[in-house]
Design a protein around this ligand. Structure first.
Ligand SMILES: *[C@@H]1O[C@H](CO)[C@@H](O)[C@H](O)[C@H]1NC(C)=O
Ligand SMILES: *[C@@H]1O[C@H](CO)[C@@H](O)[C@H](O)[C@H]1NC(C)=O
Ligand SMILES: *[C@@H]1O[C@H](CO)[C@@H](O)[C@H](O)[C@H]1NC(C)=O
Length: 465
């Protein structure tokens, strides 16, 4: 097992440990495991989010085939809360200004535990946990496994939820992560020169209400993150956020609907970019979940090198699954028509929209042996085929001297914020949606009218006969 980044283990003592472990492994002839030492080179990481514990989860087969060394849960690892039906009329109304009960409500501790057990005993997930190369399964949470849709620091069940998540992840009983307020932590993998640091953020425990432009991380977590980023270097640093960091979908899908993202907390996002900037750390990129589709976004003006955000969502919960198959094309058309300034479309995509709204997982492959070293990131579907893919050169994730204009041009494509798009264009999603709904309503009315007039004619004919 890899140790959390905070624990210390000198290279020599680790080597000695390794030697002992190696001898023990060799003498235990029954062992079929690969090299599970924290010092083995990590070159395959998988990640995923939004997994319904009660639904079939066929995607694990593709994840097992990918043979990851680390698997990262990005949140909504279970659906722990409950949803009342969509009801406009009646005693319990869950929608509209006249609604009298909240749409979502939390579960009891026993029920949460039961759902975690369902998730943990899923045959596909169990198989992943037994694969030979797997060093570790790690993870953070989002709202539904935190206990309540869109909840933040005000949620009263958060300490219980923290214990349940850490139990699910097999966190040691004496782990400091069980004592702190929130589930943030970090891990360091690989030998010197090929180190990968994974920083897991907690975007729930300390989060101020949406639209407050307050804090997402809270003081203690900010202090910790600053130390993490300014601490010992690593070749690659993956910052894991349950919600998207780069894309601000709400700016183009509002007022119809809003998603959560760092963009909803502009000051907090600026602070994150500045912290990264000031740390002068190279090799940073983000991974995120939450939105029920996959995409790769990139921001070129937050720091001297492009900041990528690879979003994979969800393992079972995906937008195209909740619409009738016939409308899947409409989902893609809307995704393609909705303006975005951050989505990277100059990559290998299965669909023109460069989004992927069927069940998916994220796959990161690091090629340490080519020059320059390369990170291949993909959003893969249920068969394991990549649906979106981009190659990132590690040499492109290095702080640049901003005085040299060379290179600056090609790195300034994804700069303008969604919110700064022309008004009409920015709301084209809403217009497309309204147009689509109007067409459907008109078609329905015409259809009903035709049926009525045809049956009237038929009845009249019947009477005459
Ligand atoms: C999870 O799956 C079950 C069984 O298919 C379904 O009844 C339930 O509504 C799903 N939950 C969510 C949050 O989609
Ligand atoms: C939750 O845990 C934190 C620290 O882990 C503690 O300070 C706080 O008092 C706890 N809250 C409740 C309601 O138990
Ligand atoms: C993101 O969009 C919301 C609108 O939903 C807006 O209030 C916010 O300022 C935007 N954030 C940024 C950083 O543009």
């Amino acid at each position: 097992m890899a140790a959390p980044g905070s624990s210390s283990c000198s290279v020599q003592s680790c080597h000695r440990l390794l030697l002992v472990a190696f001898v023990a492994l060799c003498s235990a002839s029954s062992s079929s495991h690969g090299d599970r030492s924290p010092l083995s080179v990590v070159s395959r990481i998988a990640f995923g989010s939004c997994s319904n514990q009660s639904a079939p989860q066929p995607i694990w087969d593709a994840i097992v085939d990918f043979d990851p060394q680390v698997f990262v849960w990005l949140g909504d690892n279970i659906y722990g809360d409950n949803k009342r039906p969509f009801r406009v009329l009646g005693k319990e109304r869950t929608i509209g200004p006249w609604k009298n009960v909240p749409r979502f409500f939390p579960s009891t501790e026993q029920e949460m535990r039961r759902r975690y057990q369902l998730a943990k005993s899923n045959p596909g997930y169990s198989k992943l946990r037994q694969t030979a190369q797997l060093l570790q399964v790690i993870g953070t949470w989002d709202d539904h496994d935190y206990g309540l849709n869109d909840a933040g620091k005000e949620f009263s069940g958060k300490n219980t939820s923290q214990r349940l998540l850490l139990d699910f992840l097999d966190e040691a009983d004496d782990s400091p992560r069980r004592q702190q307020a929130g589930v943030y932590t970090s891990y360091l993998y690989g030998p010197k020169g090929k180190q990968v640091k994974v920083i897991l953020l907690d975007t729930r425990y300390h989060r101020d209400p949406l639209s407050s432009d307050g804090t997402i991380l809270g003081d203690s977590q900010w202090e910790w993150l600053e130390k993490e980023l300014n601490g010992p270097e690593s070749e690659i640093t993956i910052i894991v956020s349950s919600i998207q960091v780069i894309s601000n979908l709400s700016a183009t899908t509002g007022p119809l609907f809003h998603t959560e993202s760092w963009g909803r907390f502009p000051k907090e996002r600026e602070r994150l970019y500045k912290l990264i900037h000031d740390s002068k750390r190279s090799g940073i990129f983000f991974i995120s979940g939450d939105v029920h589709f996959g995409e790769i976004t990139r921001y070129d003006c937050g720091w001297q090198y492009p900041l990528y955000d690879i979003t994979s969502s969800g393992l079972t919960q995906a937008i195209e699954k909740v619409v009738p198959p016939f409308f899947a094309f409409a989902v893609r058309a809307i995704a393609w028509l909705t303006p975005t300034t951050m989505r990277v479309s100059s990559v290998k995509c299965r669909y023109k929209s460069c989004t992927y709204a069927q069940p998916n997982f994220g796959a990161i492959q690091i090629d340490w042996d080519v020059v320059p070293q390369k990170i291949k990131v993909e959003v893969r579907g249920i068969n394991g085929d990549p649906a979106i893919a981009v190659d990132i050169l590690l040499s492109d994730l290095q702080p640049r001297n901003t005085n040299t204009l060379e290179g600056a041009w090609q790195h300034r494509r994804h700069c303008s914020l969604e919110i700064d798009l022309p008004w009409f264009w920015r709301h084209s999603f809403a217009f497309t949606f309204l147009a689509l709904v109007s067409v459907l309503i008109i078609a329905f009315v015409l259809f009903a009218y035709t049926i009525v007039s045809v049956s009237k004619k038929f009845l009249r004919k019947f009477k005459i006969d």
